[in-house]
Structure formats: structure tokens, C-alpha cells
Write a protein that binds this ligand. Structure first.
Ligand code: C2E
Ligand code: CA
Ligand code: CA
Length: 622
């Protein structure tokens, strides 16, 4: 405080009060007042430096402990007290270097030698990492830095110990490490951890069998796209939990990303054991998912591969499980496939198919062939089914068997269908130009995948329009599963096309789960009875009875009925007797190029004009 002296001068003083009322000798308060006027400027500046440094020391988050040249503690800041659990009111004089002992990495208590020059540097060199047990018993990680303090004559007068608290950094680091090894959504291990574990198992070199199971949720993408990511994320979390529930603690469960999971079992008894696990996982995932009062039904496809530790290291087992998963998806989903070398060959073949088609689409080597649809009564060719063909790089012409199977559930099939439809409309326009009165219909195939595409309806209508083709000249062929697998969206799309005048044919009827009710419920104009059925239409068998029912119902509903795969005269007789209005098959003609089809039409027209009967010998089957 400042005091005003009697002479009007101001004087800086230090006032200290001490309560000694309980003191037997004093029995009162002692107030001492000391002049704070400095003898000289030096003393004053030293005092300023001192108070500055003491302010800095107390504000530091690092723990600071200073000793004199004999190792007695002279200064302990607040942070050091916190770190070492020393109460604020314990005087410095009561503290010894023992109070600042550290735990070394093996958990031993280590008393620091405060002398930075001491040869016994028992916690490492100048700087070291160690732990301390803090006030509330929690472990803090610290680094220690010891510096000597010299006076102006360079004599050692003490040392300063700086404890830097590394706990937060260490925790952040651990968190980062954990993030690097875990999937954020599910908390499961991630691909990195999978690779690490595989390397560990391989390095251990035990003679046991390991198994990898690849898991993919069927139809997840659709749910995610239509119901949003929140629902999608929930689904993934539930799936992760169900998978975990079916596994042993030692099994590593990994989220690969998206809707893909991997299980790594370090040691399995046999392939059969791994398959049994996969089956359990499959059925756990097939249970309905209830999210926000909505119910979702999903299935999963799984691929299993096993390997001994020798084969593990290059992750071949993962590739194999992936191939098996691929096969499970291609073979209808909701199933488990075990890797074997046949499977690998099949997958290779499919790869080849995809490459063939992709290259054909990119290089205009897709062509359409046209197979006549013949009216049974008149023998007139009322239309054609457009069937896709590919000219390979080697110049060979190949049919769908060489490029379709592998692409039916990929985006490529949509590319194929669009390109095929475009070519088909082009052909339809040519035919309509030649026979404007009553042009032949062109039947175009669309896969179930294509029907679920958001742009399906607009692509069909716009393509027909661009070529100036009347929708009535086009018939879209779809299978029953294509109509129903895609859900209400597909049915709606088909109804829209039907409403604007496109014909719709139910293809391959009689295969799979055919239902007569579908003839009534679907917006179709034609039903095509499958070849496998047509070949069995002898007298008195169930196929015939069913065919009779189909034809009669189709007539009642005003639908056309086409018999597919009519190869022989016998087939033709059978379908005629049954009342099929139209036939298609090698008995009449195989699919042919547009120019061949046009030439044949021309020949028939000319023959009719000159009244020469058309040859009745069927062409040779291809
Ligand atoms: P599909 O729609 O059932 O077409 C009829 C298939 O039967 C054609 O095979 C045709 O060549 C063949 N076929 C015709 N008459 C006979 C016969 O008397 N006997 C026998 N055994 N077979 C006959 P193709 O051209 O190999 O086509 C196979 C399948 O590929 C088609 O079956 C269709 O599902 C699909 N496909 C063809 N083109 C396309 C397309 O552009 N898009 C889509 N999504 N699928 C297509
Ligand atoms: Ca067809
Ligand atoms: Ca068919």
C-alpha cells in the first residue's frame, strides 16, 4: 500500500498482519509495516524479475519443482502439487525430493536425483517419460526435464525439475490409434486390424486352419437409398450386433465398409465348422429388423474360405472368401458358398463375360437379332423378338449365354438393355417405314435390375419417341420375378408403360414360381409360355392340363398367348390344338439379322403378290 507521510510525500510500504490472539505471550494482533522503498534500482529490478518469474512459474501448466544446491525443495508450483497430490497448504519446507517420486515403466517407484549433473540418472537421461500417481489415484503420464541453475559466477546453486503432463496427448494418441483400427459406426475392427491379425496368425506359424467369412447384406443399398442413411446406419449397427452375438470372443469381426463384414477365425476344426458358423450368421441376419416402428426384411450372402497359416500371409484367404461371396450373390443371395477351385474358374468366366460385354458396349459391337413370332392360324409373321448378340474382339458372333449371366445384377445389364432397346427401336422404325399400315411388333427384353432403375420409364418412352416409334409397335418382355422382385416401384413403372400404349409380355411363364393369378394382376397384354413347358405338351400329362388352363384364362382375360421354343412339327401340333395364338421357335426360324429378317419379309410379300406358295420346309435349327 502507499502511505502519505506528514511531509506530503508518498511512501510504498508492505503491511503484514498476524493473528497471535491465542499466543500465550502476545495475546493480540501483530501488524508489521516495512518500507518498500528500494535502496537502489538494482534491488528493485531484481525484485521485479523475481515476481515476474514467480508469476510465470505459478501459471505454468507444467509442474515445476526447484531445489537449492543441496537438493532441498525451494519452490513447488500449483501444477506440481496437483500432479503429485500435495495439498496447497503443505509448506515447501516440509517437502523432500521423495514426494516427487515417479513410477518407471515397470511400475517401480523411482526417486529422482535432483542434481542434473549427478551420474546416477535413474530415470533416463535428461528427459524421460514416466508416470506419476496423482492426487485422486489416477495415473498421469509425464516427461521430466532437469536443468541446473547457476549464479552469475557460474556456480551451481540448484536445479529446476519440469514435469510436463503428457496424459491428454497420450489419450488422444490412443484414441487415434483406436480410430485407425476401428470402424466408427459400429466400433468393430476395421480392415487394417484384419490385416494385422492375419499377419500375426501367419507369423505364429501354428499348424491350425483359419477361416475367413465374407458377409454382404442383400438389398441394403435399396433400403439405404429409399429410407435414408439414418435407417441404413441403424441397420448396420443391428447387423453388427447380431453377428457379434454368434461369434466367439476370439473371432475377429470386421466391418469392411458399406454393408460388408468379415469374420476371421484364427483356428477352426474343419471347413464344415466354418460353414456351420456362416450358416448361423446367415440366419441371424435374416431375422426382421425393427427400426423406428418400421420393419425391414433383409438377407445376407456369405462366402467362406479356409487356409493354413502358410497360405494366410498373402491374404489369399481373403480373396478366396471374396470369390465365394461373389458366387453366393450370383447364385441367388441369402446363401453361404464355400470357396473351391471350380468356383474360382466360374468367377473367372464371369469376369470374362463382363469384359466381353463392356468392350462390346463401348465399341458398338452390340447387334440385335430378330426371331419371328408367327401366328398359328395364318402363318403370318406378326412380329419379332429382338435378342442381343455381341461381336467379340475376334469377330465372332455370340449369344447371351456368352455375356449375360455374369451381368444380370450389375449396372452393366442396364447398359445392355438400354443399348439393345435403342437398336430395337431403330429396327422397329425401319420396319414401320417399309410397312406403315401394319408394322410388325418388336418384343424387347428387360431384366429385373433394369426395371428397378429410376430412369427405366423415361428411357423407354424417350427412346421410342426419338426413333418415331409408336408404343403400340413395341412389346416389353419381363419375367414374373422381374415384375415382383423390384417391389411396388416396378409394378408402377410397368403400369405407366402399359398406360401409354406399350405392350407388355410375361416371359418364360411356367418356370420358377408361376402363378395364374399374376396373369390377372399384372398389366400385361401377352403371356409367353416357356420352352421347357412346350416340349412336354404330350397328351394326358400335367403340363398339358396346366397349359390348357393358362390358354383358357388368357383368352378370358383377352391376352395373347405365345408358345416359345417350338422346335418340331409335333410341338407345333400340340400348341395349335391347345389354342396358342402365336408361336416362336426354330421350327419356323431362329433369330436372324435385321437384313435377313427384312429380306425374308420381302420374299413373303413378293410370293403373295405373284401367288406362288411359300416353301413349307422349316429352316435348319442353328
Ligand atoms: P428369352 O427371352 O426366353 O429368348 C428366347 C431364347 O430362346 C433365345 O435365346 C432364342 O434364341 C431361344 N430360342 C428361340 N427358339 C428356340 C427353339 O426352338 N429352341 C431353343 N432351344 N431355343 C430357342 P437367346 O437369344 O440365346 O437369348 C437367351 C436369353 O437372353 C433370352 O431368353 C433373354 O432372356 C435374354 N436376352 C436376350 N437379349 C436380351 C436383351 O436385350 N436384354 C435382356 N435383358 N435379356 C436378353
Ligand atoms: Ca424374351
Ligand atoms: Ca422366353
Amino acid at each position: 500500500v502507499r502511505l502519505e507521510r506528514a511531509d506530503g510525500e508518498w511512501e510504498r510500504v508492505e503491511v503484514t498482519g498476524t493473528d497471535l490472539t491465542d499466543h500465550p505471550d502476545v495475546g493480540g494482533l501483530v501488524i508489521s509495516v516495512r518500507s518498500a522503498n528500494y535502496e537502489n534500482e538494482l534491488e528493485r529490478s531484481m525484485d521485479r524479475t523475481e515476481s515476474l518469474s514467480s508469476a510465470v512459474v505459478s501459471a505454468l501448466r507444467d509442474g515445476i519443482v526447484a531445489t537449492d544446491e543441496f537438493g532441498s525443495i525451494t519452490t513447488v508450483n500449483e501444477a506440481a502439487r496437483m500432479m503429485f497430490g500435495i495439498d496447497a497448504d503443505t509448506p515447501v519446507t516440509e517437502l523432500t525430493i521423495d514426494d516427487f517420486a515417479l513410477l518407471d515403466p515397470s511400475g517401480r517407484r523411482v526417486v529422482i536425483d535432483p542434481d542434473p549433473l549427478s551420474p546416477t540418472h535413474n530415470v533416463g537421461p535428461r528427459t524421460s517419460n514416466a508416470c506419476v500417481i496423482a492426487r485422486h489415484g489416477d495415473l498421469r503420464y509425464v516427461s521430466l526435464d532437469r536443468s541446473p541453475v547457476h549464479d552469475s559466477a557460474d556456480a551451481l546453486v540448484g536445479s529446476v525439475l519440469v514435469f510436463h503432463d503428457l496424459t491428454a496427448e497420450r489419450e488422444a494418441e490412443a484414441e487415434l490409434r483406436s480410430q485407425a483400427l476401428h470402424d466408427q459406426l459400429t466400433g468393430l475392427a476395421n480392415r487394417r486390424q484384419l490385416e494385422q491379425r492375419i499377419a500375426e496368425i501367419a507369423a505364429a506359424g501354428t499348424r491350425t486352419l483359419s477361416a475367413a467369412i465374407f458377409i454382404d447384406l442383400d438389398g441394403f443399398k435399396l433400403v439405404n437409398d429409399t429410407h435414408g442413411h439414418r435407417i441404413g446406419d441403424q441397420l448396420i449397427r443391428i447387423a453388427a450386433k447380431r453377428l457379434r452375438g454368434q461369434l466367439r470372443p476370439s473371432d475377429l469381426l470386421v466391418r469392411q465398409g458399406g454393408d460388408e463384414f468379415v469374420v476371421l477365425q484364427a483356428s477352426v476344426e474343419s471347413i464344415a465348422a466354418a460353414e456351420a458358423t456362416a450358416e448361423r450368421l446367415r440366419s441371424a441376419l435374416a431375422e426382421p429388423y425393427d427400426i423406428h416402428d418400421q420393419r425391414f426384411d433383409l438377407t445376407a450372402s456369405l462366402g467362406v474360405a479356409v487356409a493354413n497359416s502358410d497360405d494366410l500371409s498373402d491374404e489369399v484367404v481373403l480373396q478366396h472368401a471374396d470369390i465365394a461371396l461373389y458366387a453366393a450373390k450370383a447364385r441367388g443371395r441369402d446363401r453361404v458358398e464355400i470357396f473351391n477351385s471350380d468356383l474360382a474358374a466360374a468367377v473367372q468366366l464371369e469376369e470374362h463375360q463382363r469384359r466381353t460385354l463392356r468392350s462390346a458396349l463401348e465399341n458398338d459391337r452390340l447387334v440385335m437379332h430378330f426371331q419371328p413370332l408367327v401366328e398359328t392360324g395364318t402363318g403370318r409373321v406378326q412380329g419379332y423378338e429382338a435378342l442381343a448378340r455381341v461381336i467379340t474382339e475376334d469377330g465372332d458372333l455370340i449369344g447371351p449365354a456368352g455375356f449375360m449371366e455374369a451381368v444380370t445384377s450389375t449396372g452393366l445389364i442396364w447398359d445392355l438393355d438400354r443399348a439393345a432397346f435403342n437398336l430395337s427401336c431403330e429396327a422397329a422404325a425401319v420396319m414401320a417405314e417399309l410397312e406403315p399400315e401394319n408394322p410388325p411388333t418388336i418384343a424387347c427384353n428387360f431384366s429385373s435390375f433394369s426395371i428397378t432403375q429410376p430412369a427405366f420409364v423415361s428411357t423407354v418412352t424417350e427412346t421410342a419417341e426419338r426413333h418415331g416409334v409408336d408404343p403400340g409397335q413395341i412389346c416389353i418382355e419381363i419375367t414374373e420375378s422381374a415384375a415382383f422382385d423390384g417391389g411396388p416401384g416396378s409394378l408402377e413403372a410397368l403400369s405407366m408403360l402399359h398406360a401409354v400404349g406399350f405392350g407388355l409380355a410375361l416371359d418364360d411363364f411356367g418356370t420358377g414360381y408361376s402363378s395364374l393369378a399374376h396373369l390377372r394382376d399384372l398389366p400385361i397384354s401377352t403371356v409367353k409360355v416357356d420352352r421347357s413347358f412346350v416340349s412336354k405338351l404330350g397328351t394326358g400329362n400335367s403340363e398339358r392340363a396346366i397349359a390348357e388352363a393358362v390358354v383358357s384364362l388368357a383368352h378370358d382375360l383377352g391376352l395373347g398367348v405365345v408358345a416359345e421354343g417350338v422346335e418340331t412339327l409335333e410341338h407345333l401340333e400340340n400348341v395349335r390344338q391347345l389354342g396358342f395364338s402365336t408361336v416362336q421357335g426354330w421350327h419356323y426360324a431362329p433369330a436372324m439379322s435385321l437384313t435377313d429378317a427384312l429380306a425374308e419379309r420381302q420374299a413373303v410379300t413378293n410370293a403373295a403378290v405373284t401367288n406362288v406358295p411359300v416353301s413349307t420346309t422349316p429352316p435348319e435349327a442353328p
